[in-house]
Design a protein around this ligand. Structure first.
Ligand code: UGA
Length: 487
C-alpha cells in the first residue's frame, strides 16, 4: 500500500474476508489506559495521513497512546482534526470519531509542533514507483532532511520510524540524512528504525487493531524498547530484526501473496482447458496448513497500489544487485497476461469476436469494498475490449467517477464512440450483448435473473465468481468464469 496519498487517500479478499468485524471500544471508560497514563510518557507522532497513517494513528489511540499527527495537505489535517474520515474503509469513521473524542488523537498545525511533541515519529509517506519500476524514496529523504533541521534544535532523544514500504537500506539512508542535517549522533541523540505495515484496503482498521505480527527493524535496545512501548496493548507477536531484514519482510510478504494469486491463475488456465473447476481444487489445496487457504482465488489478476508496485520494486532492487528473481518475475508475467486471458475466455464463451458488441464491464475497483482503482485489472481488460472493437458500458457501485478520472487520455477519447458510463447496473445491462464481471461487489449477486436474461447474447463472464452461475444457467443464460472448465 502506498501510505500517504494526498489529496486522495488507501485497503479484502482472502485475508480480510476472514477477518472479524471491528467493534469500536469505549474510549471513556474508567479502565481506559489513557486515564492512567503519566505525564511525560512517550507521545507518538504520525507524519502522512494517507491510508496507513490514518489507520495507525487510530489504532495507537485505540490502545490508549497519545498521538499527534501531521500531513502537508491542509484539507487532510482539517478532516482528521474534525474527526471526518477522509476516505472510506469499513469501521474507519467510527474509530476515528472515538479517537478524536477521546482527546488522544490530535493534529499538529505544522511539522515543528509534530516534532516537538512526538518522541517516536512514524513516517507514513508515499514510496511511488519510478518509471523503471524501482522505488522512489525521495519523499522519505526530503522529510528526513527537514526533520534533521528540527532535530538540530531539539532536546532529548528521538526515534524516527520508517513505516512506508521501502527497500532494504532505506532506514540506514534516513539515519545518514538526519545525522548530516542535524549534526547529531545516531544511537545517542536519535535512532532510526523500520516497522512495515501489513494493512489491506477494505480491512484497514481491523488489520491495524489486530496485526498478525508486529515487525520492528531496530539497531539498538533503546529503539526496541520505544517501539515495544508504542505497541503496548496491541495483540500480535513482536518480531525484532535488524532494519534491512525488517524492510525485506514487507516485500517478501507481498511477493509471496502475489505469487499465490498468480499460481491460482495459472492453475485456472489449465483447469479451463481440461474441464475442471479450479475453485474447489484450490480450496482443497489450501486445506493443507503448510500452504494456507488465503490468496488462492483465481480472478482477473492482482491490482491495487501495493502488489504490482512492490513486486516490480523488489525485482528492480534485486536486479541492481545482480540477483535474478524468476519466481517474482513469473508472478508479474502471469498477472500481465491475465486481462487478455479474460477477454479470450469471453470470446471463446461467446463463440465469436467481441467486435461491435456491447459489453457491460461490471466492477472497476481493484477489489470490492473500496473505491480505489489504482492498477485495477479493469484498465487492461477495458483496453483489450476496446482494442478488439467492443463497445463498453462501465459500472461500479463506488468507483465509477474515480475510474473515469483515471483513464489515460487515449482511452478517455473513446468515450463518444466506444464507452458509456452507467450509474446503475440496470443501465449497464439493459440492451447490452453480454456482461463481464471484474469485481465481486455483493450488488452483482443481487441482480435479478430477469435482467441478466435481457442480455442479447445471454452470456455472463465472471472473472471473480461473484454471481450465481448455476442459477443463470438454469435461467438459460450461459455462465463462463475464470478457472471454470466447461465439459
Ligand atoms: C496488500 C496486502 O494484502 C497487505 O498485507 C499489504 O499491507 C498491502 O498490500 C500493502 O502493501 O500495503 P491490498 O493491496 O490492499 O493489500 O489488497 P489485497 O487484499 O492484498 O489484494 C491485492 C490484489 O490481489 C487485489 O487485486 C485482489 O483482488 C487480488 N487477489 C487477492 C486475488 O486475485 N485473489 C486472491 O485470492 C486474493
Amino acid at each position: 500500500m502506498s501510505p500517504s496519498r494526498a489529496p486522495a487517500p488507501k485497503k479484502s479478499e482472502g485475508r480480510s474476508s476472514s477477518r472479524r468485524s471491528v467493534t469500536p471500544r469505549s474510549h471513556a471508560s474508567a479502565e481506559d489506559p489513557a486515564s492512567t497514563r503519566e505525564e511525560g510518557e512517550q507521545v507518538l507522532g504520525v507524519s502522512g495521513l494517507g491510508f496507513v497513517g490514518v489507520a495507525m494513528a487510530i489504532a495507537f489511540a485505540h490502545y490508549g497512546h497519545r498521538v499527534v499527527t501531521y500531513d502537508v495537505v491542509d484539507a487532510r489535517r482539517a478532516a482528521i482534526a474534525e474527526g471526518r474520515a477522509p476516505f472510506f474503509d469499513p469501521g474507519l469513521q467510527e474509530e476515528l470519531t472515538a479517537a478524536v473524542e477521546s482527546g488522544r488523537l490530535k493534529v499538529a498545525k505544522d511539522r515543528e509542533e509534530l516534532f516537538r511533541k512526538a518522541s517516536v515519529l512514524f513516517l507514513c509517506l508515499p514510496t511511488p514507483p519510478r518509471p523503471d519500476g524501482s522505488v522512489d524514496t525521495s519523499f522519505l529523504e526530503e522529510e528526513a532532511a527537514r526533520l534533521g533541521k528540527l532535530l538540530a534544535r531539539a532536546e532529548g532523544w528521538r526515534l524516527v520510524v520508517v513505516k512506508s514500504t521501502s527497500p532494504p537500506g532505506t532506514s540506514q539512508k534516513i539515519e545518514k540524512i538526519l545525522a548530516r542535517e542535524s549534526g547529531k549522533k545516531p544511537g545517542r541523540d536519535f535512532s532510526v528504525a523500520c516497522n512495515p505495515e501489513f494493512l489491506a484496503e477494505g480491512s484497514l482498521v481491523a488489520d491495524a487493531l489486530e496485526p498478525s505480527r508486529i515487525v520492528i527493524g531496530v539497531g539498538d535496545a533503546k529503539s526496541e524498547r520505544a517501539l515495544r512501548e508504542s505497541y503496548r496493548g496491541f495483540p500480535g507477536a513482536v518480531v525484532v530484526l535488524p532494519p534491512a531484514a525488517g524492510e525485506l519482510v514487507k516485500y517478501a510478504s507481498n511477493a509471496l501473496l502475489a505469487v499465490k494469486v498468480s499460481f491460482a491463475n495459472e492453475m485456472a488456465r489449465l483447469a479451463e482447458r481440461i474441464g475442471v473447476d479450479v475453485y474447489p481444487v484450490m480450496e482443497a489445496v489450501g486445506m493443507d496448513p503448510r500452504l494456507g487457504a488465503h490468496f488462492l482465488r483465481a480472478g482477473p489478476g492482482f491490482g491495487g497500489s501495493c502488489f504490482p508496485k512492490d513486486l516490480r520494486g523488489l525485482v528492480a532492487f534485486a536486479h541492481h544487485r545482480g540477483v535474478a528473481m524468476p519466481v517474482t518475475d513469473g508472478a508479474l508475467g502471469v498477472n500481465e497476461t491475465q486481462a487478455r486471458h479474460v477477454v479470450d475466455l469471453t470470446e471463446s464463451a461467446l463463440g465469436s469476436l467481441v467486435a461491435g458488441r456491447e459489453v457491460a464491464l461490471l466492477g472497476l475497483a481493484f477489489k470490492s469494498g473500496t473505491d480505489d482503482v489504482r492498477e485495477s485489472r479493469a484498465f487492461p481488460i477495458l483496453g483489450e475490449l476496446l482494442k478488439r472493437g467492443a463497445l463498453v458500458r462501465l459500472h461500479d457501485p463506488k468507483a465509477l467517477e474515480v475510474f473515469r478520472r483515471s483513464l489515460p487520455p487515449a482511452v478517455a477519447a473513446a468515450e463518444d464512440r466506444q464507452l458509456r458510463f452507467c450509474t446503475s447496473v440496470e443501465d449497464a445491462l439493459r440492451g447490452a450483448s453480454l456482461a463481464l464481471v471484474q469485481c465481486d461487489w455483493p450488488e452483482y449477486r443481487e441482480v435479478p435473473l430477469t435482467l441478466w436474461k435481457q442480455l442479447k447474447d445471454r452470456l455472463v463472464v465472471d472473472a471473480r465468481r461473484s454471481v450465481n452461475g448455476p442459477a443463470l444457467e438454469r435461467a438459460g443464460v450461459h455462465y463462463a468464469a475464470v478457472g471454470l472448465g466447461q465439459e
